[in-house]
Design a protein around this ligand. Sequence first.
Ligand code: 6GU
Length: 237
Amino acid sequence: MREDGRVQIDVVTLFPQWFEWFTGQRHVANAVASGHDLRFLDLREHTPLSGGQVDDTPFGGGAGMVLRVDVMDAALRGFYGSDPVELRRERRVIALTPGGRMLDEGLVTELAAEPALTLLCGRYEGFDERIVQHFCSDAVSIGRYVLAGGELAAMVLADAVLRKLPGSLGHADSAEEESFSAALGGDPEYPHYTRPADYRGWTVPEVLLSGHHEEIRRWRRARSRERGAASGGASLS
Ligand code: 6GU
């Protein structure tokens, strides 16, 4: 966050229009309305190559196309007006790539504390490695599977970061005691129930209807721990 508590997230992509749906989502729209800044920058806009070319065949051969380093250089220079080698000293510049650091709640919390992020979306076979090496502060993956491009991963990351920011969720507490938070010792969230208390004979745990707040708290903590152990996650406590 900046001193005024606001965050700027820029997404560099070949498909800025994909993000129209994303910015229409309630919590994203709320975040923008409360002063956070979201921009979608078209990688093709500043390409020095003819016909809007941005990629090329890989040296050494192999399938697919690779995003060119000179194209990314020109794009970042065009958007920020400075050498991208310097840019990564001023803000987190994150390449979204399946080989990157796995996104988890800890990394999301870390990124939500930054004043400004730039997310680079790869396409095709990915980035020329020199983009990651010289222009990026981080490489991030959202899981051990391959997507056609970084756009969905950028939305996942931006969604997870934005919902942590003040002004994004309607309820101030709703991000406090949630899955993987410190309040839950890093475990997943406990199960929730609402009306009806009996549906087709599937009843709600008695303790939740009891009104005993301390017992409810203990029950929830225990269920949360069980889930953490079952999913093989690392409990903080
Ligand atoms: Cl960040 N990008 C792509 N293309 N595939 C992925 C990914 C990212 N994370 C998991 N799979």
